[in-house]
Design a protein around this ligand. Structure first.
Ligand code: F6R
Ligand code: MG
Ligand code: MG
Length: 378
């Protein structure tokens, strides 16, 4: 049986700043989808990560289905009404356009979808991150699918020996989807060369080279590129199928032990470590740390099992302590150097405006003197 998994998520308002949606907001969104999606969906799971609400939907309508996207859009619109009525902060924040037009892509909400022939047992992971952007998944997906230091299956399982194909998107190209396909292991260095630049090149999907089956998909939208100004961080979602021809669940989770530095946290304008957190977690220190949650499921004939919280284990408490340490370390240097994002990535215009104001006050010293040192006589 062919099943489609669609994740569509948006921040349409939260309590106490950009922290967590209200229970009523979440209930409203869920009720809307349950009521209007009866004939469309085979199952639904609603969750929040930081200030974002995500709809994980199972159905048989394929990816980019306008009815599924419209259902999610309308649910977030209904949620926005409640957010306004409750006086939640940032009501409707991620709904950047007034009207729905066929697909949520380019309208604000983030989405990722995959369609596949269900295996007799079909385990998969649903990741949701807050206060960061889609490039946050670059390193974990590189390590989980291409590096035997994390994915022992690349050495031990003949099913995985052929490796994986990465589809990588240039998210700076806003006129259309500019993508490249690269094969691991032969083109590992090329993949690394692109994925080192988290703000520009983003993993869109990964396929098994054994049978071309889809293994992973990531939301690639960048609000910064859609709106041209600060409207919140992209807060990306991802789906990863596991086991069999794919990395084991533990291999996909392994790279999150690192707490690698990503863009985001306060005002979407800093670097901070990515902390793996429990489901429905909130946001705190310095509007961060940037967080990622992971719900593990099996799907069978379009129905989900209950969700298992993949980061709810004593091991991840130890990781969270280490990541807190890393978060504090980089905060010690405030705005300086790599602590804050480069000029082009700042989500607020303050620094750019200031540079404009200061520009005319710069002077160039008279000839003969440069950088405070006298020019040598010719
Ligand atoms: C980061 C984020 C927050 C806000 C910050 C200021 O993605 O959402 O860090 O940028 O709390 O929010 P505003 O500008 O809404 O007052
Ligand atoms: Mg927000
Ligand atoms: Mg958010």
């Amino acid at each position: 049986m062919k099943t489609t998994l669609s994740v569509i998520k948006a921040d349409v308002g939260s309590i106490g700043g950009h922290i967590k949606p209200s229970a009523r907001l979440k209930e409203t969104i869920e009720q809307h989808v349950r009521e209007h999606g009866k004939k469309l969906l085979t199952d639904l799971y609603v969750s929040s990560t930081g200030d974002d609400v995500a709809l994980l939907m199972a159905h048989q309508r394929g990816v980019n289905d306008s009815k599924i996207h419209e259902l999610a859009w309308d649910a977030f619109m209904a949620g926005t009404k409640v957010a306004r009525a409750q006086g939640l902060y940032g009501a409707g924040q991620d709904l950047l356009k007034d009207a729905f037009s066929g697909n949520v892509r380019g309208l604000g909400p983030a989405s990722c979808e995959m369609e596949f022939e269900e295996r007799p047992n079909e385990p998969f992971l649903f990741f949701a991150a807050d206060k960061t952007d889609p490039g946050a998944y670059n390193l974990p997906l590189y390590l989980a699918f291409a590096d035997p230091m994390h994915c022992a299956g690349l050495l031990l399982s003949p099913k995985m020996a052929k490796g994986f194909t990465y589809t990588i998107m240039d998210v700076n190209h806003t006129e259309g989807d500019r993508i490249i396909e690269l094969n691991a292991p032969e083109e590992m260095y090329d993949i690394a060369c692109l994925l080192r630049d988290n703000e520009r090149f983003v993993v869109e999907s990964i396929r098994s080279r054994a049978n071309n089956d889809v293994a992973a998909v990531v939301s690639t939208s960048r609000l910064h590129n859609i709106a041209g100004t600060y409207t919140g961080k992209d807060d990306p979602v991802a789906l990863v199928r596991t086991q069999g021809n794919f990395p084991a669940t533990g291999e996909v989770l392994s790279p999150y032990r690192i707490g690698h530095y990503v863009a985001g946290t306060m005002r979407g304008s800093h670097h901070g470590p990515l902390m793996p957190v429990k489901l429905n977690s909130t946001i705190s220190f310095f509007d961060g740390p940037a967080v990622v949650s992971c719900a593990a499921f099996c799907v069978h004939e379009g129905k989900f099992t209950e969700a298992v919280d993949a980061f709810d284990h004593p091991f991840w408490d130890w990781v969270r302590n280490n990541v807190s340490q890393k978060a504090a370390e980089i905060r010690n240097q405030g705005f300086s150097g790599p602590a804050m994002l480069p000029y082009t990535e700042l989500e607020y215009g303050g620094v750019v405006e200031k540079m404009g104001q200061l520009d005319h006050r710069f002077t160039v010293r008279k000839e003969g003197v440069g950088n405070g040192r006298k020019k040598k006589a010719a």
